[in-house]
Design a binder for this molecule. Sequence first.
Ligand code: OSB
Ligand code: MG
Length: 369
Amino acid sequence: MPLKKIIMHKLRMRLKEPFATSFGVMQEKEFYIIEVVDSDGNKGYGETVAFSVPWYTEETVKSNRDIIVDCLIPILREHELYHPDEVFPLFEKLRGNNMAKAAVEGAIWDLYAKRKGISLATALGGEKTEIGVGISIGIQRTVGELISKIEQSLEEGYKRIKLKIKPGLDVEILREVRRHFPDTPIMADANSAYSLKDISLLKELDDLDLMMIEQPLQHYDIIDHAKLQNQLKTPICLDESIHSLYDVEKAIELGSSKVINIKIGRVGGLSESKRIHNYCKKQGIPVWCGGMLEAGIGRAHNIALSALANFILPGDTSGSSRYWEEDIIHPEVIAEKGIIKVPTSPGIGYEINEDALRKFRVERQEYQI
Ligand code: OSB
Ligand code: MG
């Protein structure tokens, strides 16, 4: 693949409404669109998913930019690539910074698929033509507001409802929600807000018939999660604790997680996501694709990955209009009755909306390869 240059577009976009989790409230999203251009004029796109503040993992928008410019682009200058699977081992020499690595690798995957004239989903080995999706609802001010958000999401057809919880805003609220929606597939995501000291509270969640409880304990932990899983019927799903296939192997071996949330950025890219998917499939562990409040390019990558067979559970990739008045791709991602059609045109299958890109762009830098 004759890579010629990389263009980094820094964008700033405002969410339709604030998104509240146990770690904080987000209203604005800053990120980079990574555009890889080859000498034939083909273009591949990736999106950085770290937030401005390191409260989900240690990476930030700035660290993503610095690692890409100072470390990853120089590596690309030194190596010729034939297949995107070669990117992960090249970047593996550098510790961590998975979201920076994934954004660049994702752009190269898109470029590769476009050069081949196949969809990214097909390039990854995806078989599904459509994917089922759920929605993640942030912490609300009142239970009434939460109930109406859930009603609205169910009307829109989302296949499962994920609710963010934190200490003090958990069991009672979920009980109330369960009373209103006795049969709805509901899960809870704590974003690491609890510890084993909260075991009696966490056991109360076990009576609410939740699909799973996502990342209740410390953000790197797999030991305490195993202890907790031993005492719960409800499956635990790890999110923050999973940075690699290695982490998945150990978590499954220990019994820390019966379901895995795969986020492309968190695990360092699509190649590693694929390996995790394949391993979980062999182990009989269902996976789903998590989200990072992505704009259209990141969403498109999530959709392509979710076309792989073992993405059995609905993911967090809702339609573009979930977070954005206007997305940066054309067409926008549409979730109809909780279903997104996997694009069949080459690469990610969505075009950049150049007007929207210019509108939200606050910075543009080019780097020769
Ligand atoms: O834990 O999955 C998470 C959003 C930001 C940070 C972490 C998480 C989330 C979500 C929403 O749950 C995912 C999305 O809709 O993109
Ligand atoms: Mg989560």
